[in-house]
Design a protein around this ligand. Structure first.
Ligand SMILES: NC(=O)c1ccc[n+]([C@@H]2O[C@H](COP(=O)([O-])OP(=O)(O)OC[C@H]3O[C@@H](n4cnc5c(N)ncnc54)[C@H](OP(=O)(O)O)[C@@H]3O)[C@@H](O)[C@H]2O)c1
Length: 278
């Protein structure tokens, strides 16, 4: 599987795993089947995945706790990327809170739950309209100077916010919503490709209509003996060398299918055809 080096010193396989779906409905509380969630996590490592994305807000706390409980002692080379800056007030509710004191609290909590001395990739989950970006990122910079964070990433940013963030700290990854159907972040992706910043597209499988039988993905999928979901992931990987998809699932079968997508190579004409159809 193709690799990408984050921040100049962490090499990861480009197809990662998003650990948001191993919690309860509405990303709230424990998963309905904790053993199945643990089986998914164990299988990620067996399949060679070494980028796992999580956040203190997934559950909240549930995703990080399950990761630590299931995967420790962590194998060498595993990057657990987490995030802070959102609160949880109920299922499906995610108010922002990126005040410096809150971010420090989030980071300390993640260190404790993940049982790590340092978080190798810590991401600002979202800029907070009530807090200057300088203040939020200033807090992450302090945590970095204290050795609690190795690299800083940002999430849910506009191009303008990314440019401002890069003036304040060394941004090594951006995590924005991006998939075949939703390419609002195309300008951010282009900026990342140009600067060698990892781009982590969330909601990478939202193919909707594209996955319908007889649709454009279905067509290409059939010719490669693959599934539409695999084509959607292969399209992302083919779109840019900095692309690091983190499909989320609570199913071992879907995980295996998604990881296998990294081996699917699409021709330039197929990539264009898929993009045009979307
Ligand atoms: N930064 C942010 O603000 C933000 C926001 C949302 C998510 N994220 C991160 O991004 C990751 C991915 O996003 P996401 O989980 O929302 O979206 P996603 O990966 O595009 O889709 C996940 C959904 O697709 C299903 N699925 C997964 N693999 C499948 C397959 N091969 N075939 C059919 N269905 C499949 C899953 O259901 P099953 O469980 O049934 O497989 C799940 O409901 C999250 O886990 C999280 O780490 C970040």
């Amino acid at each position: 599987m193709d690799t990408f080096t984050i921040g100049g010193d962490i090499e990861v396989r480009r197809l990662g795993f998003g650990a948001m779906r191993i919690t309860g409905p509405g990303i709230w509380g424990p998963p309905e089947d904790p053993d199945a969630a643990r089986a998914v996590l164990r299988r990620t490592l067996e399949l060679g995945v070494n980028l796992i994305d999580t956040a203190d807000s997934y559950g909240p706390e549930v995703s990080e706790e399950l990761i630590a409980e299931t995967l420790r002692p962590y194998p060498e080379g595993l990057l657990i990327a987490t995030k802070g800056g959102l609160r949880r007030t109920g299922p499906g509710e995610w108010p922002r809170d990126a005040r410096p004191e809150r971010l420090k609290e989030c980071c300390e909590g993640s260190l404790r739950r993940l049982k790590l001395d340092r978080i190798d990739l810590y991401q600002l989950h979202s800029p907070d309209p009530d807090v200057p970006l300088e203040d939020s990122l200033g807090a992450l910079k302090e945590l970095q100077d204290e050795g609690k964070i190795r690299h800083i990433g940002v999430s849910n940013v506009s191009l303008h916010e990314l440019e401002r963030a890069r003036e304040l700290v060394d941004v090594v990854t951006v995590q924005n919503r991006y998939n075949l159907e939703d390419r609002h972040s195309e300008d951010v992706l282009d900026a990342c490709s140009e600067a060698g910043i990892g781009f982590i597209p969330w909601f990478p499988l939202a193919t909707g209509d594209l996955a319908r039988p007889g649709g454009p993905l279905d067509d290409v999928a059939r010719s490669h003996d693959a599934t539409p979901s695999q084509v959607a992931l292969a399209w992302l990987l083919g779109r840019s060398d900095v692309m690091l998809p983190i499909p989320g699932t609570a199913s071992v079968a879907h995980l295996e299918e998604n990881v296998a997508a990294a081996e699917l190579e699409l021709g330039a004409d197929e990539l264009d055809r898929i993009a045009a159809a979307a």
